[in-house]
Design a protein around this ligand. Sequence first.
Ligand SMILES: [Zn+2]
Ligand SMILES: [Zn+2]
Length: 284
Amino acid sequence: MDEEAFRVRFWGVRGSLPVSGPQFIRYGGNTACVEVQCGRHTLFFDAGSGIRPAGEALMAAAINDFDIFFTHCHYDHIVGLPFFFPFYDPKIRVRLWSGHLAGRMTTWEMLSEFMRPPWFPVRLEICKANLDCKDFVSGDILRPREGIAIRTASLNHPGGCIGYRVEWGGRAIAVITDTEHEPGKLDPAILGLIEGAELVVYDCTYVEEEMQRYRGYGHSTWQQGVKLCKAAGAKRLALFHHDPARTDAQIEAIEQEAAQAFSGAFAARDGQVLDFVRQTVKQR
Ligand SMILES: [Zn+2]
Ligand SMILES: [Zn+2]
C-alpha cells in the first residue's frame, strides 16, 4: 500500500435511493459511500449501497482494519451495511463513528435498531467482525489513526447530520452531505470545514431553480457549493448526492455548467478515484 497516498474513491454518489438502468450508467446508481485512503489507513464516509462493492474490494486487498464514519443514518447512508461482507469475517476490525444523535442514541444503538427483524433476517450481534462503536459530539476533533485529524461540525439537515474535514499530510478533504443552505448565506460551520481543502464533496441534490419547491428537504445545490468553495479557497468541488431521478445526460449538463462557474467542479461518479499528493513529502 502506498504510504504517501491521499486518495479518494467514490463507491456511491447517489442520494435518497439507489437507481439502475441505462440512463444511470455513466455516473452510477449506488448511494453514498466515499473512501478516503491516508497512507496505509482506510476510512469510509457513510455506508450507502456503495459500501457493498467496497467490501468486496477490501476483502480482495486483505485490508482488515479500518474506520467508518457516519454523516447520519438516513437509509441512503446506511442501507449497504447489512451487505457489507467484512462484517461477517472474524479477522476484521472496524471502528464505527457517529455524532449526529449525540445524547439521543449511541452508534451501537443506531446500528442495532436498524439491523434487526422484521426489517432484516438477523441481528447485528451475528456479525463476527470486531465492531468497535465510537460516539462523539459535533465539534470534536477525532484522531482515529496516527497522523490523521478529523474535524467535525453540524450541518443543516432534518434529524441532524455531521460534516467532516480529514486532515492528513498537510492537506485536507471535506465531506459535506447532507445539508440545506439558507438563501444568500454561507454557513460558517461549512466554511470552517472546507477552508483551503483539496477537495470538497458537497450535497448537490438540486439546482437553484428547484430550491423553491424543495425548501425544508435538507439538501443543497451546486451553485451554493461553488460559492462556498470560492469563499473558502477550496480547490475542487465534487457534486455529490445526485437526485435519483437525474439521468446521465442531465448530470453531464449540470457538470458542464458548474465547471464553467468554477473550474475545479465536477460531478462525482461511482468508481471514480482522485489522488492528492501529501504536502509533507519525506526527504530522500
Ligand atoms: Zn442522503
Ligand atoms: Zn439525509
